[in-house]
Design a protein around this ligand. Structure first.
Ligand code: ADP
Ligand code: ZN
Ligand code: MG
Length: 300
């Protein structure tokens, strides 16, 4: 029996800015925990955020480079969840209206050009970092509020190499337009891969999400491993669980993290503390005048 693997990517990139997304704290790395923090990124009651124009411009450059539709009004939404890395108990993100929609790109793999549809890009703030030491857990909020751009592709890839090639292309694009340093080792880029297998092209199987893959090569290895794992289960008469997995680079395999059966209710609501930003066509035109973009067909 022959199976087709299908993959969609969700890629987070830290935008290159001097300060955080909604406050004036430095966005730079610091090895001294909780030194780049203020009332706003610590979510103190009454602290009011304001949008960093540089972050918005960086994000608009990416949307423009990918030929995306950009709404006339930029809005933000609160995504609620309880976790100690999130001081406010919600993350400011974009849900109802995203910064960019319906972009397009392509990759060339083994002489074949594969069109890649970009579903959306949206701006959001990063969370803090949990540090575990023996019985104790601590949290460092230096990263909390750092500007991220999340890109979501349609499920247009079928093997690990295609996803890896697209990831590398996007990394190069971000650097070319200077929107992100895009350094994975410094945590400036993270990739989640959604993977499913099916027997028919027009019918997608249940997907598994592999979270936080930490290098382009691991994107390929994790996906190809996961496709084979799912085929093995189906061939043995089993069913695929909708779950979140992680790539274990030492063992060369994906491992279960948590089941996705309990769908989280994020209780999205429009962020009332941030003004709606209107972008004029003239401003968009100015932001959209970019250096020459890398050719998706060049070898990466
Ligand atoms: P969520 O419920 O997590 O929001 P989405 O529909 O937004 O799911 O999809 C998230 C990502 O998963 C996208 O990149 C999309 O292309 C990909 N995806 C969706 N369904 C599948 C599938 N059956 N197989 C592989 N990837 C998928
Ligand atoms: Zn701050
Ligand atoms: Mg999604």
């Amino acid at each position: 029996m022959s199976y087709l693997g299908t993959i969609g990517l969700e890629i987070h990139a830290q935008l290159r800015t001097a300060s955080k997304l909604f406050c004036s704290c430095p966005a730079a790395f610091s090895d001294q925990p909780n030194t780049h923090v203020c009332n706003i990124c610590l979510g103190f009651p009454g602290a009011l955020p304001s949008l960093n124009g540089q972050a918005l411009r960086q994000a608009l450059k990416v949307a423009s480079a990918l030929g995306m539709a950009i709404p006339a009004e930029i809005r933000f939404d609160r995504k609620h969840y309880f976790y100690p890395d999130l001081a406010k108990s919600y993350q400011v993100s974009q849900f109802y209206s995203t910064l960019g929609r319906n972009g397009s790109s392509s990759v060339e793999v083994r002489g074949r050009v594969i069109p890649v549809r970009i579903r959306e890009v949206h701006l959001e703030e990063d969370a803090g970092k949990l540090l575990h030491a023996g019985e104790e857990s601590m949290v460092d909020f230096n990263r909390a509020g750092v500007p991220l751009l999340e890109l979501v592709t349609e499920p247009d890839f079928h093997i690990g190499e295609e996803a890896e090639t697209f990831f590398r292309y996007y990394q190069l694009l971000l650097r070319t337009i200077d929107s992100s340093e895009a350094n994975m080792e410094l945590g400036q880029m993270r990739c989640d891969a959604n993977v499913s297998v099916s027997r028919q092209r027009n019918q997608l199987g249940t997907r598994v999400e592999i979270k936080n893959i930490s290098s382009p090569r691991f994107i390929r290895l994790a996906i190809d491993y996961e496709i084979q794992r799912q085929i093995g289960i189906l061939e043995a008469g089993g069913t695929i669980q909708h779950e979140t997995r992680r790539w274990n680079e030492n063992r060369g395999r994906t491992e279960s993290m948590r089941s996705k059966e309990l769908a989280l209710d994020y209780r999205y609501l429009q962020e009332p503390d941030l003004a709606v930003v209107r972008i004029t066509p003239a401003e968009l035109k100015k932001i959209g005048s970019l250096p020459e973009l890398p050719d998706p067909r060049r070898s990466l």
